[in-house]
Design a protein around this ligand. Structure first.
Ligand code: G6P
Length: 368
């Protein structure tokens, strides 16, 4: 029951722990053994083949999910994709290339700016409108041409957790479907991605098992006033989401930067009082990320590294290291979100803030 916290102290923690189950619910009926079941987009999925461009529009955490999807869509489907916050999109003149899909992301389906953006888009020359949304009875679902529900169940904590990871799951389903329908993926490649997707609930479960270790790390944060999150590639939007979670519920000022931009400004902020949090996947950018982190260490900044296996990081003076279980590269943005959710949760608990109802924020912003 969504309104029952059960054994958990806060809804947010309960919702973090629900992720393996709701991600499985999001996959249910959308994948077969080797492919995406395109019927999940409705009776007529012919539009998938026609898409030549994608405009993603959303707010808050949902916007960060859209930023991750851009990497998947361009990488897997080879289609240009732009991502924009709804409050900007709705007030400018937008150029719409031929055969562009308009894609909104929203947990509630009631965010005023996102709804206004959809209403505007419907007057423009889009191929169709698709909403990835968690609330079946919402205005966004009613007014969109097509819908893919995230099936996360009611989310009560104001800081979005399971809604985000199920949005990412739905976006990966969508990216693979488009890529396959457009002939950018072979049947074997599609089968490999679907097999990875099937393991996702178990991977997320393994990531949640780091909870106790992350709780210990979080105690170092209670007296911090600022934090800097760094990530490269699709881990940059995950860094943005990590920073958003921390500021929302612990009121610590947090920013996120693509690690390569460090030298263009934020490095000036780094001293012994500034913790730097990063998620380090084991990919071809690892060496570049490591050299970014060395620049931070050289200036006395404390590092908190959540690293995949074999990244070669070790605990040392000023370096806290937590290992994240191995996952296929395409799934890293989803699984690597978990330690950042747990970190901000525990920091907020240590600070004694109102975790589920942070000051000045609303679960759903239904007025402009
Ligand atoms: C509010 C919530 C956020 C959410 C954003 C967008 O700011 O506090 O958690 O990400 O609205 O909401 P939506 O329901 O459209 O995803």
């Amino acid at each position: 029951d969504a309104t029952d916290k059960g054994e958990f102290r806060h809804y947010m923690l309960k919702e973090i722990y629900e992720q393996p189950k709701v991600i499985a619910a999001c996959l249910e009926g959308r994948i077969s053994d080797e492919r995406i079941l395109t019927s999940c987009f409705g009776a007529n999925s012919a539009f998938l083949k026609e898409i030549e461009n994608i405009h993603i529009v959303a707010c808050g955490t949902s916007y960060h999910a859209g930023m991750v999807a851009k990497y998947w869509i361009e990488d897997l489907a080879n289609i240009p994709c732009t991502v924009e916050v709804a409050s900007e999109y709705r007030y400018r003149k937008v150029a719409v290339p031929k055969n562009t899909l308009f894609l909104t992301l929203s947990q509630s389906g009631e965010t005023a700016d996102t709804l206004a953006a959809l209403r505007m888009a419907k007057q423009l020359n889009y191929l169709t409108t698709l909403a990835i949304c968690n609330v079946p009875s919402s205005t966004l679902v009613r007014e969109s041409g097509l819908t893919l529900l995230t099936n996360a169940g009611a989310e009560i904590g104001v800081a979005s957790t399971k809604a985000f990871t199920t949005q990412l799951t739905a976006l990966l389903i969508t990216s693979i479907a488009i890529a396959s329908e457009k002939g950018e993926l072979s049947a074997a490649q599609q089968a490999e991605l679907v097999t990875a997707l099937r393991s996702l609930p178990a991977y997320v479960d393994a990531a949640i098992k780091q909870d106790e270790a992350i709780k210990l790390v979080s105690e170092q944060f209670a007296n911090k006033h600022n934090a800097l999150f760094l990530g490269r590639g699709p881990m940059f939007p995950i860094a943005l989401e990590g920073a958003l979670k921390l500021k929302e519920i612990s009121y610590i000022h947090a920013e996120a930067y693509p690690a390569g931009e460090l030298k263009h400004g934020p490095l000036a902020l780094v001293d012994e009082t500034m913790p730097i949090i990063t998620v380090a996947p084991n990919n071809q950018m690892l060496d570049k990320l490591k050299s970014n982190l060395q620049e931070v260490r050289a200036r006395g900044g404390e590092l908190y590294v959540f690293g995949a296996k074999e990244t070669g990081f070790e605990e040392a003076e000023g370096i806290y290291y937590n290992e994240i279980p191995w996952v296929e590269e395409v799934l890293e943005p989803i699984v690597h979100t978990i330690p950042l959710q747990l970190l901000s949760y525990h920091v907020a608990v240590v600070k004694g803030t109102d975790v589920d109802q942070p000051r000045n924020l609303a679960k759903s912003v239904t007025v402009e």
